[in-house]
Design a protein around this ligand. Structure first.
Ligand code: SAM
Length: 350
């Protein structure tokens, strides 16, 4: 069966690694293509396993892929035409395996997405797919449970898929308490993976907010110690609530990340979503904050350690790094964080 997952922009490589790590040895996986925000792969195992992918925002079963879509309206037929004689037996079986209750006359709805210049509208795409299914005796859902069919055209690629995941695939059940500007767990997972987790890690998030990064690290596998801190007591309360009793040993501190009460060379990994925006301060306050934090992080990090920092204010981080020659950037990724461009820096001591 052909599947696709949708991931946040910038996380495609990490998603590919996750798929390979999780299913590469099973002999059930064959990754076909990496597209912007999308991975296409064949998988022979139970699709329920795919719902636990930590990078994925959505999971689809691809019914039809048309790789040569053009601007012309006539290319719509190439995408929707095969639906009129498509055998849905395996599709329905796959839906049942992930808990979608399909019956012979399950109502459906079509969601359409279109990018690039076309001589037709998104609604035309939607209608043509609806028509093909109505002609087979299916009927459109008015409300409530239904089969979620997606029709998409991006660049040359057209897809008709069934959405197998619910809208909260990328949410985590641990996230009970929230704070503003809390990080998307999928991005937090990506940052954790970039830190190259190791069972002996002393792992620090000095500005832990609601604890998303620390919790993603905890779920990835063994570690020696988790440390988190924040200036905000509300944020720390949220971290403590989200951790519950699980994931020992760990310790949380009410602190200012500019003066960490930690010994030099004691931390293996620092992963942190740096603050930004007017609530934190003006340009000179932010420049100072970034510079001072980098100084502290460099002090507590072990010589073979690794920092992974996320910011949407690249200029402050670049300015801080310029002054700190003992650190070098080994990787930089552009990511999309809630519609805003941001950068993940992987930084190592020289
Ligand atoms: C962008 S949020 C981090 C969100 C977190 N990654 C999450 O998913 O919930 C930044 C956090 O940094 C904290 N913060 C800001 N300045 C700080 C400082 N000087 N020391 C420690 N924490 C600070 C804020 O209170 C906020 O919780």
């Amino acid at each position: 069966m052909l599947y696709s997952i949708i991931v946040s922009a910038g996380l495609e490589t990490i998603a590919r690694e996750e798929l390979t790590e999780r299913f590469g040895d099973t002999g059930h996986l064959k990754i076909l293509e990496r597209r912007p925000q999308r991975l296409l792969f064949h998988y022979k195992g139970n699709p329920r396993d795919l719902l636990s992918l930590r990078t994925a925002e959505h999971l689809f079963l691809v019914l039809k892929r048309a790789p040569k879509m053009t601007r012309s309206r006539s290319s719509l037929a190439a995408l929707s035409g095969p639906l009129t004689r498509f055998n849905f037996k395996e599709t329905f079986e796959c839906c049942r395996q992930v808990g979608i209750n399909v019956r012979k006359r399950t109502p459906f709805r079509v969601t359409s997405r279109l990018s690039g210049k076309r001589n037709f509208r998104r609604l035309d795409l939607q209608r043509v797919v609806e028509r093909a299914l109505l002609d087979r005796g299916w009927y459109l859902a008015k409300s409530g449970a239904s089969l979620d069919i997606w029709a998409e055209i991006h660049g040359d690629d057209g897809y008709i898929s069934v959405k197998l995941s619910s809208n909260d695939m990328a949410q985590r059940s641990y996230k009970q308490a929230h704070i503003p500007a809390s990080l998307k767990p999928t991005v937090a997972y990506g940052m954790v993976k970039l830190s190259r987790p190791h069972p002996e890690d002393v792992f620090l998030d000095p500005m832990c907010g609601a604890g998303t990064i620390l919790l993603e690290r905890a779920f990835v596998g063994r570690y020696r110690y988790l440390i988190g801190g924040d200036t905000s007591t509300e944020a720390l309360d949220a971290t403590i609530a989200n951790f519950g009793r699980q994931h020992q040993p760990r310790q949380f501190f009410h602190w200012d990340a500019r003066t960490l009460p930690l010994q030099p060379n004691t931390v293996d990994k620092i992963v942190c979503n740096l603050p930004f925006g007017e609530t934190i301060g003006n340009v000179s306050q932010l420049t100072n904050l970034y510079r001072q934090c980098l100084g502290e992080y460099a002090r507590v990090l072990k010589p073979r350690g690794r920092m992974v920092l996320l910011t949407s204010q690249r200029k402050f981080l670049d300015a801080g790094l310029k002054q700190r020659r003992s650190l070098k950037v080994s990787q930089r990724l552009t990511v999309d964080v809630r519609g805003m461009r941001a950068w993940i820096y992987v930084i190592r001591p020289r």
